[in-house]
Write a protein that binds this ligand. Structure first.
Ligand code: BGC
Length: 409
């Protein structure tokens, strides 16, 4: 049997905006009223149904659960904190503990309070202090209830979708084709190109501020709750290459810009690091992969290389998210099994991995793609809000309950 270390954490993850429902005071909610992203509405109504959702997770053998706090609920106006919201999350934490599940919490998972985004968000020079003030408040109120806190989710995804691709708030875009147009004499092209350059510059500033915000939040949390383990949740794309040395160099640079650059700025202020793994890119690869409903390659083995990339910072690691959109539940069981096997191999090879959270416990709001993509171990009927456990969830249950994989896997 491929056994995992004792006390290994098994579970699934969610994020507040994607499942809770009823959150109106964020940049995403505003973008929805402008028709730029789909509305989120009541989502899975997890805000009111978290107890029964956790019952299901427990039945599915989970001993941990990752979720995020909604910053906009806790700090609805700058510097003003809502004690009712804190009470809600205190109850959520207690509900997990009552079921023997360790809470892994994230302070901020993509959505910003409107007052913050409208005043410049992470473009603001003082944004690290603004974020640290929120972190300090949470640590003071909830620190004693918690073992660990992750400061932020996937800083690179925020930066690239918000300031390079322009697909997420604040919808700023930098594209090389616009840059090429600078040589085109048309005024509109020039204006576009100038805007693009400004956005690139803003992107670099935001990435720096996000790293500073994590570091400031680390200090703020430690000042309030020294025993709490602080981490960052890092999205890693595993860039690798075929035999060709040029492709190997390209992969090295891609890993540097996507993963190492941010990690180098923050790892000293990390007690552990969370890995979100979804995809890989192999330069010079001719293989044809089956695809998830997101059209991403089915390649769960890439989690090994991603863990390896993070392991060089010599911090304990946990898989904070990894999973796939698969409405038909055709690939999920096999995908999870292969992914878990790769994590097991990483541990066998000396990497210090302490937990595995599948994304996601429930189907949920997949950001700019709305509710169509289905990542859940549990299916949601958005009309009736009925929950239905998918067959693959029972395969994962076996892994969780056995703390490992049977030899044939
Ligand atoms: C994010 C989740 C998202 C998932 C699937 C991760 O990058 O943290 O919020 O739903 O990927 O796209």
């Amino acid at each position: 049997m491929k056994k995992f270390p004792e006390n290994f954490y098994w579970g699934a993850a969610t994020a507040s905006y994607q499942v809770e429902g009823g959150i109106e005071n964020t940049d995403w909610a505003k973008a929805a009223t402008e028709g730029r992203v789909p509305p989120c509405g009541r989502a899975c109504d997890h805000y009111h149904r978290y107890e029964s959702d956790f019952d299901l997770a427990k039945e599915l053998g989970h001993n941990a659960h990752r979720f995020s706090l909604e910053w906009a609920r806790i700090e609805p106006r700058e510097g003003e904190f809502d004690m009712e919201a804190v009470e809600h999350y205190r109850n959520v934490i207690a509900a997990l503990k009552a079921r023997g599940m360790r809470p892994f919490i994230t302070l901020w998972h993509f959505t910003l309070p409107l007052w913050f985004s409208e005043s410049g968000g992470f473009e603001r020079k003082d944004s690290p202090q603004v974020f640290a003030r929120y972190a300090a408040f949470v640590a003071k109120e909830l620190g004693t209830d918690l073992v660990g806190i992750s400061t932020m989710n996937e800083p690179n995804v925020i930066g690239s979708n918000g300031w390079l691709r322009g697909s997420w708030p604040p919808f700023k875009r930098f594209s090389l084709t616009d840059m090429v147009s600078i040589t085109n004499s048309g005024r509109t092209y020039e204006a576009k190109a100038q805007k693009g350059i400004k956005n690139l510059w803003l992107y670099l500033r935001v990435m720096k501020n996000l790293a500073r915000a994590h570091n400031a939040a680390y200090d703020a949390i430690k000042a309030e709750a020294p025993a709490v383990e602080v981490s960052v949740v890092k999205h890693v794309i595993f860039f690798h290459a075929n035999w060709n040395p040029i492709n190997k160099v390209i992969a090295w640079f891609a890993n540097y810009f996507w993963t190492s650059k941010f990690m180098r700025r923050t790892y000293k202020k990390c007690d552990s690091v969370g890995l979100n793994y979804y995809f890989h890119k192999k330069f010079g690869d001719k293989a044809v992969y089956e695809k998830t409903d997101m059209d991403w390659d089915i390649y769960p083995e890439g989690i090994y290389g991603s863990l390896k990339l993070l392991s060089k910072y010599k911090r304990p690691l946990f898989v904070s998210e990894a999973g796939l959109a698969d409405e038909a539940d055709k690939y999920r069981a096999d995908y999870i099994t292969r992914q878990v096997r790769a994590v097991w191999q990483a541990i066998e090879d000396g990497m210090d991995v302490r937990g595995h959270m599948y994304w996601s416990l429930l189907d949920n709001y997949e950001w700019a793609l709305g509710f169509e993509k289905r990542f859940g171990l549990i299916e949601i009927d958005y009309e009736t809000l009925e929950r239905k456990v998918r067959p693959s969830a029972y395969v994962y249950k076996q892994i969780c309950e056995n703390n490992g994989l049977f030899p044939q896997n």
